[in-house]
Design a protein around this ligand. Sequence first.
Ligand code: NDP
Length: 293
Amino acid sequence: MQLLDGKFVSEKIKQDIAAEAAEFLTSSGRKPHLVAILVGNDGGSETYVASKMKNCEKVGFQSSLIRYDNSVTEAELLAKVEEINNDTGVDGLIVQLPLPKHIDPEKVTEKIDYRKDVDGFHPVNLGRMMRNLPCFIPATPYGIMLMLQAYGIDTAGKHCVVVGRSNIVGSPMSILMGRNANPGNCTVTLTHSKTINLKEMCLQADILIAAIGRKNYITADMVKPGAIVIDVGMNRETSATTKSGYKLYGDVDFEHVAPIASWITPVPGGVGLMTIVGLLKNTLASAKGEIYA
Ligand code: NDP
């Protein structure tokens, strides 16, 4: 088994991003600027946003965090998005999900100017991705593609089974793996909670991508020996033994699956770090006008 090491790859790519950001600063007189909106105090969201902001600083971006408590109205949030859309000093805007129940995430996602949608969730970006046109690719699938590329994994002709069909991970992942590109050119099966015989499906996978949200759900008996296993899951559990007070678990039972996989991502230290790289690359591309002039 070989590790698809998100820490190693993300650090390497971040060095390149930092060099490009420095060049951008010299030529334009400003830094790429990412704004994040965080509503409420969800522990996971707090951690993810803090990490995104910290990584922006590391690569020489400007970052701004706008916080609201859970009582913010949908109208207030939409008005703030509109304000940031119109701010020429901002290159990327993300609204951390999940949002409180009284706010429609679809409305918020659609309100973000697709030219600043560096999470790649806006229907325009998803639609353009479908058609293989320049766009912001959703940060997590983008990060996974960068990881496969960094390790020179040959995906062409392989059977890729994606477990989970969310708009932000599973579905775009299935599109990217099936595209006529490298990485890509897989034969793709997209599975979900209504899939019958999930185990048999997974056993056919040369590349298995788990984006489910259930701790250790993919067990060794579901994995073909030699498969490449990508674990997107980030399942937080409180823990008395860690400094942070919680522990992260993947969707894959790493301990038992790793010995039979050819390549595997750890959790933590895998896809999560690559997601941040995807976000940073999208923000830089936005600042440089590489996707939308
Ligand atoms: P969602 O809850 O939006 O989607 C989960 C998907 O898994 C759904 O399509 C669901 O099927 C499917 N599913 C649930 N249970 C089963 C089951 N028993 N068998 C087969 N399929 C099942 O989650 P996300 O896609 O947003 O996230 C998935 C995981 O990835 C989570 O742990 C999340 O925290 C993590 N994540 C990690 C990121 C990172 O940077 N590493 C970024 C984003 C997410 P159905 O559609 O039928 O309900």
